[in-house]
Design a protein around this ligand. Structure first.
Ligand SMILES: Cc1cc2nc3c(=O)[nH]c(=O)nc-3n(C[C@H](O)[C@H](O)[C@H](O)COP(=O)(O)OP(=O)(O)OC[C@H]3O[C@@H](n4cnc5c(N)ncnc54)[C@H](O)[C@@H]3O)c2cc1C
Ligand code: FES
Ligand code: FES
Length: 1332
């Protein structure tokens, strides 16, 4: 059969594809075939939104053109016949005109690294195409499926808010009744006057949007014909009628139906499944119809979840409330379901037939007894979904030749009540437990006639708790029933301690908690319906249990000190200049490593990694890989011409030779012509192993004495004496989990061999040009002067690209050397997470001695970090933790020790804060226990112990210009801490199942590298004869705005406008031996180097200025040139005398210290472990800010990243050391809805810093720890819950490890339900996951 032509439009241009391959995604096609690289690849699984584009098509059922956002990484191109695609390039450009969405996100500082920005823009753009005047709620809904790792979301929302009809900023125009200045306090946005100026914004003019292609509009009447597309391995058939579809299914019973591809796409990409025949039913009217019948609403199985949502919302608005109980349950599940992009394409039938044990909809459909119509050629049957519908794991009663035609969701009846609940680690996450619950009473009574409790997440399929529910028929809805059902569920749904998915007690408890919520909700509704009060009223203190957390529109305030009016306009230091590349990032023009055009002879590389934690490699068989089309080479250790050893401590291998030491250890790499072939070829490499004993956890390492190096120690005072004098001594243990960097752009390298003398050019996404160069040179056995490393920008780094990027770039360089061709590799998200390590998990054992007054007199902490299989930066990370073990407190007698655990995990590495946050969390942990033990308010005890000006730290550094007390006092006052403390206590008295917590936490962060030689930087300036300046320095741009700040420094120093200065890239042939861009010091040290270079240029121009004082910059430059004066120079800086020694505990560790304080309030749901961030106030000392917009962005971004660290992000490992969380579907970074509802950031005024450029201070890392205020507010709330639900007093010390996930919170809120679910774990039980 000949293949059809695929016809679609991209940005108004017609695309005719004669060889459409069903395995090709829209994202790959846009980026590689059409060269539209604005749409980014962040995850490939629909979970990050970086690839968002808008699709438009004529909808025959609605008779209109519809626009919707999709994630291009999951859209097969074959599904796009007669569809118009709009990408970020199609709506605006810096070359002609930015679209208002692009302009506003850029000018409102909503783009830092910019990798997420095109996706954000397209989500918002799509919303505006459908709704030019949206509400704030609609805006939040539209961007729900988009992740950002840099900004902390606030500036993005603030930029988009300017489009909102209920929150748009008119710039203070008094005539506007909707002016935000007139809104009520809790929704108020106060803009510091010059952070951005809404008056600068272009208005949105919907009439100017590109039109739907007229050709497609004409085609709407043309008859549709069946289409066939043939790929290398897969055939795609687009059926046009139901008959065709059933015939095709009869012919190809094994064929998969693809509607949204949100399930099949994932199985193909990540589970390596091959489906040779795919049938697409999207055009078939019967599968897309919606019918309102006498018993319910019937949806065709291909109806998208968005259309289901809309239909049910409309029905709820029209129908009597009693009829829509089930609909509300479905909507509740859809509220917490993926993002807009997923819901716009994912089908209701796809969700049912996928039969996922954690499907959110199936428990609801089972509980309500939804009717499914199933047909095949010649047969049709309608069945009610019940416990028999899913006979096994991912199995249904639908036969191979059958399809699901439709589903009827029933109206509820009088006396019938329905609820649906879901608990995940993030609202839109895959559920841990999800459920649908229904009760029908005998008319006018609370006599149970029918009861259905259906759960997902409790077995290998959706289940109904029949044993328990059957016993309750004819019983009354009362306390006795509650108790019996609770006990019944605990028994019937019991999980074995090693159940897949782990979290056994948590999941069991949730099943009970959900029922309790349902029980109370029904009581509440009965009470509301009952005029005579015969069912009684629900106790108001219990009512909070029935409320689910809603996301209110966030309000935010930023305060910063404006530069004095007397400063000239051209003196840009201190002004909130937007990131210089923001506009290009928003329009998709900014070039990231993988956006570089492909070379004609370019090859693609994929790493082959170990599946064993510790093993001998017995054999490597590449015969299957060689059969893959386009196969070129397999690269291994035997190909390395130079040194096979690499790494900072020279303890790593370029490729493992005989032995692997972690899952993810790089053994080899395959090189083929395309990324798709490379993936297949890599899967074809078969490796056999002989397992060796592995050490996975910190505890394993301690037991086996498996450490790197010697113990690191800091000691001061007389510990023994300190403890003997203390009134109290408390000891304990705390575990802090690791963290994945989750930069939106994964590791990427392109290596281009130059053909002579061993020269090679590498384009790399790295924070460390120097080590990338030296490791490659070392591996190739050539001098470093043959290797050029170039970095234009990164899509985020956060420390993850400080050293670990070299494992990719060294392998790619070897492939380029061996093949003689340019070679490219961008890691898939799952590979990136598996291979490149993250923040170090820490285990701390502490002992603290203190007086009754709360004054600390002695402290001992033994720190253990999980370093993984190589040393990398682990020693420095542990040292940093020790240097921060005091946080901000004066401790006269102190000893801290640190050990680096050598384990069989991928090497852990630098991550924003670099051990500091771990050290400080431990400090605040024991500090909170001191306050509890003394029975004193925590803020009082913290304040009492704070350092004072002139004090010596435990590493003997004198605290000068100590602004912490000011930060503390300002934060305490601006947060109205004391008044809110009373309010929190009152709330907790009045609410039994929801509790609030409040906490204020300080931070002190040392600035400077501990290794003194790293505190150096270089800059290079070229001034051209037209007066333009090309600036280069050793730092790399990863979103932190370093280049923008450096241009500001140069602009102010040279007294020329910013527009005359340009930074193109960072490279080893312009600034050699550059220190990695890390440790927050890059602005400090590079700023000084830039300043010095500018001074040299100024000095050389001085004679010409003197000669022509009224001349312009250009005049002086040209005069100097004509006088043969060099207009190119370098600048070099070396931070003075940082010479701290751990051996002697003397010398200066840091150039200076940064300070900040945060106060946070949270509310927890004691029944589910969910929490909501109500308000955070931050006061941060950034000296005299070089750029307040960028600095506020860093404070907010770091804070939100810290929220992930301490409350959400949990890396799970199997007992065999394999990372189980390898993508956004399983690893949850904060999203829009997680940021505090009220987020107030204030930069401390009048605090110049003598030690850094233009009196500024470092900002990248210091604010991250402030999120500990949320962690301890959660602990505060749990304390209130424990005190109420058990006979534990408020003085009880209880353990809460980090991160405080819903599981940990729920398990800590001990009550009658947790007691019922207590699970004994036998000694020999192998759990599903272990704490590493
Ligand atoms: C980012 C992301 C987030 C998600 N979040 C959630 C979530 O929160 N909760 C949740 O429950 N799920 C979630 N999912 C899972 C997924 O979106 C749903 O299962 C979705 O409804 C599947 O529909 P689809 O049209 O995309 O299925 P497809 O991938 O197109 O097809 C899925 C399966 O259904 C079969 N099928 C489809 N239609 C029919 C039919 N009419 N008759 C017979 N077989 C049929 C196909 O053969 C295939 O086996 C998420 C997925 C992603 C990618
Ligand atoms: S790349 Fe498509 S959603 Fe992440
Ligand atoms: S700016 Fe959003 S991920 Fe970097």
């Amino acid at each position: 059969m000949t293949a059809d032509e695929l016809v679609f439009f991209v940005n108004g241009r017609k695309v005719v594809e004669k060889n459409a391959d069903p395995e090709t995604t829209l994202l790959a096609y846009l980026r590689r075939k059409l060269g539209l690289s604005g749409t980014k690849l962040g995850c490939g699984e629909g979970g990050c939104g970086a690839c968002t584009v808008m699709l438009s098509k004529y909808d025959h059922l609605q008779n209109k053109i519809v626009h919707f956002s999709v994630t291009a990484c999951l859209v097969p191109i074959c599904s796009l016949h007669h569809v118009a695609v709009t990408t970020v390039e199609g709506i605006g450009s810096t070359k002609w005109r930015l679209h208002p969405v692009q302009e506003r996100i850029a000018k409102c500082h909503g783009s830092q690294c910019g990798f997420c920005t095109p996706g954000m823009v397209m989500s918002m753009y799509t919303l505006l195409r459908n709704q030019p005047k949206p509400t704030m709620e609609e805006i939040e809904d539209a961007v729900e499926g988009n992740l950002c790792r840099c900004t902390g979301y606030r500036p993005i929302l603030q930029g988009f808010r300017t489009f909102a009809r209920d929150g748009g900023c008119c710039g203070g125009n008094k005539d506007n009744p909707n002016c935000c200045m007139n809104q009520k306090k809790d929704h108020m946005v106060i803009l510091s006057p010059s952070l951005f100026n809404p008056e600068d914004f272009m208005p949105l003019d919907p009439t100017q949007e590109p039109i739907f292609p007229p050709e497609l509009l004409r085609l709407k009447e043309a008859p549709q014909k069946q289409l066939h597309f043939e790929g290398e391995r897969v055939t795609w058939i687009q059926a046009t009628t139901l008959k065709e579809l059933l015939d095709l299914k009869a012919q190809h019973p094994e064929a998969k139906l693809v509607v949204g591809n949100t399930e099949i796409g994932i199985e193909m990409k990540f589970k390596n499944k091959l489906f040779p025949v795919i049938v697409c039913p999207a055009w078939i009217p019967e599968l897309n119809s919606v019918e309102h019948g006498p018993e319910g609403i019937t949806f065709g199985a291909a109806c998208t979840l968005s259309s289901v949502e809309k239909t049910l919302q409309e029905a709820i608005a029209k129908l009597p409330a009693y009829k829509t109980e089930v609909f509300k349950g479905v909507l509740e599940q859809l509220r917490c379901f993926g993002g807009k992009q997923v819901k716009s394409v994912a089908s209701i039938g796809g969700n049912i037939i996928t039969a996922s044990p954690i499907s959110d909809l199936n428990p609801v459909f089972m509980a309500c007894g939804a009717k499914l119509t199933i047909i095949s050629r010649g047969t049709s049957r309608t069945i009610q979904m019940d416990h028999t519908f899913f006979p096994g794991y991912r199995k249904t009663l639908v036969g191979p030749e059958e399809i699901l035609l439709s589903i009827e969701i029933p109206y509820s009846r009088e006396g019938e009540f329905f609820s649906a609940f879901k608990q995940a680690f993030r609202r839109d996450d895959i559920a841990k437990v999800t459920c649908g619950m229904r009760v029908l009473f005998e008319p006018g009574t609370t006599h149970v006639k029918e009861l259905a409790l259906c759960y997902g997440g409790m077995a290998d399929r959706t289940i109904s708790a029949l044993k328990t529910t059957r016993k309750q028929l004819s019983h009354f809805w009362n306390e006795k029933l509650l108790q019996e059902v609770s006990a019944g569920l605990a028994e019937e749904l019991k999980l074995s301690p090693d159940a897949p998915g782990g979290m056994v007690e948590f999941r069991c408890t949730l099943t009970l908690s959900f029922f309790f919520k349902f029980y109370l909700t029904v009581l509440q509704k009965l009470g509301q319906q009952d005029a005579e009060d015969k069912f009684g009223r629900l106790d108001p203190t219990l009512a909070s249990a029935t409320l689910v957390f809603q996301e209110d529109p966030p309000a935010n305030v930023q305060f910063y000190q404006e530069v004095p009016k007397c400063h000239s306009e051209e003196d840009v230091v201190g002004r909130p200049l937007p990131h210089l590349a923001a506009a290009m990032q928003a329009s998709g023009e900014a070039v990231y490593c993988d956006d570089m055009p492909r070379y004609d002879n370019e090859l693609s590389l994929r790493l082959v990694t170990s599946t064993r934690a510790h093993a001998k490699i017995k054999s490597i068989d590449i015969s299957e890989a060689q059969k893959v089309p386009g196969f070129v080479s397999f690269i291994s250790a035997d190909d390395v011409p130079g040194s096979k050893e690499t790494g900072l401590a020279n303890d790593e291998t370029v490729f493992a030779k005989d032995k692997v030491t972690c899952v993810g250890h790089i053994i080899g790499a395959v090189v083929t012509d395309t990324p798709e072939h490379t993936q297949r070829a890599a899967q074809g490499v078969k490796i056999t192993y002989e397992d060796l004993p592995a050490i996975i956890t910190i505890e394993d390492a301690i037991k086996n004495n498996s450490f790197y190096g010697r113990e690191v120690k800091i000691e001061k005072g007389d510990l023994k004496k300190g403890f003997s004098e203390a009134d109290y001594v408390v000891s304990g243990e705390l575990y802090i989990g690791g963290q994945e960097h989750f930069y939106l752009e994964t590791h990427c390298t392109i290596a281009v061999p130059k053909g002579e003398a061993g020269e090679m050019e590498l384009f790399v996404s790295t924070q460390n040009t120097m080590k990338t160069q030296s490791f490659v040179a070392n591996m190739l056995g050539v001098p470093a002067n043959r290797i050029v490393v170039r970095v234009k920008r990164m899509g985020g780094g956060f420390g993850g690209k400080e050293t670990r990027s070299t494992v990719v770039s060294t392998a790619v360089a070897l492939a380029a050397y061996k093949t003689g061709c340019p070679v490219r590799c961008m890691l898939d998200r799952d590979e990136d997470m598996l291979i490149t390590g993250g923040r170090h998990p820490f285990l701390a054992r502490y002992k603290v001695g203190f007086m009754k007054t709360g004054i600390i007199v002695a402290l001992e902490v033994n720190h253990y970090s999980n370093a993984g299989n190589t040393v990398d930066l682990s020693e420095r990370v542990t040292k940093k933790a020790l240097l921060h073990m005091d946080n901000c407190y004066k401790i006269p007698n102190i000893r801290g020790t640190g050990r680096l655990c050598k384990t069989n995990l991928p090497s852990n590495t630098a991550f924003r804060g670099f051990g500091g946050p771990q050290g400080m969390l431990i400090a605040e942990y024991w500090m909170s226990e001191v306050a509890v033990t003394c029975g004193l308010p925590a803020e009082e005890v913290r304040r009492k112990n704070l350092y004072k000006e002139g004090d010596l730290t435990h590493y003997n550094q004198k605290l000068e210009e100590f602004t912490l007390s000011r930060c503390w006092d300002e934060c305490l006052a601006s947060s109205q801490y004391h008044a809110r403390r009373s309010e929190v206590d009152k709330f907790n008295r009045e609410n039994y199942w929801k509790k609030r917590g409040l906490c204020i936490i300080p931070t002190k962060f040392g600035i400077g590298y501990i290794s003194h030689f790293l505190n150096q930087a270089g800059a290079l300036i070229h001034v051209y004869t037209d007066g333009s300046v090309l600036l280069t320095h050793g730092g790399t741009e990863m979103g932190q705005g370093l280049h923008t700040k450096m241009v500001q420094v140069a602009s102010t120093a040279l007294k020329i406008p910013v527009s005359k200065i340009y930074i193109s890239e960072t490279s080893t042939n312009t600034v050699p031996n550059a220190t990695p861009t890390a440790a927050s010091v890059s602005s400090d040290i590079n700023g000084q180097a830039v300043y010095k270079a500018c001074q040299t240029i100024l000095k050389r121009l001085e004679p010409f200025k003197k000669k022509n004082p009224s001349g312009s910059w250009e005049d002086w430059v040209i005069a100097a040139y004509e006088d043969a004066v060099s207009l190119s120079t370098t600048g070099f800086y070396n931070a003075p005398s940082l010479d701290y020694s751990f051996e002697t505990n003397s010398g200066r560790a840091y150039n200076y210290l940064s300070y900040g304080v945060a106060c946070s309030e949270v509310e927890i749901d004691c029944l589910t472990g969910d929490h909501k961030n109500i308000r955070t106030d931050i006061v941060m000392d950034v000296g005299c800010s070089l750029n307040p917009a960028i600095d506020i962005g860093q404070v907010e971004g770091a804070f939100v990243q810290g929220m992930g660290l301490f409350t959400m992000e949990e890396l799970l490992y199997s007992p065999e050391g394999s990372l189980l969380t390898r993508g956004p579907s399983t690893y949850k970074i904060p999203r829009f809805g997680n940021i505090p509802n009220e987020f107030r950031v204030s930069l401390l005024r009048d605090s110049p810093n003598k030690k850094a450029i233009y009196a500024s201070k470092a900002v990248g890392e210091p604010p991250l720890f402030l999120t500990a205020s949320i962690f301890f507010a959660i602990k505060d709330a749990i304390r209130a819950a424990r005190a109420q639900h058990t006979d534990h007093g408020t003085k009880e010390l209880f353990r809460l490890d980090s991160p405080a996930t819903p599981e940990k919170i729920r398990n800590a809120c001990v009550d009658k339900f947790t007691t019922l679910c207590a699970t004994d774990v036998p000694e020999n039980c192998k759990p599903w996951s272990v704490r590493v």
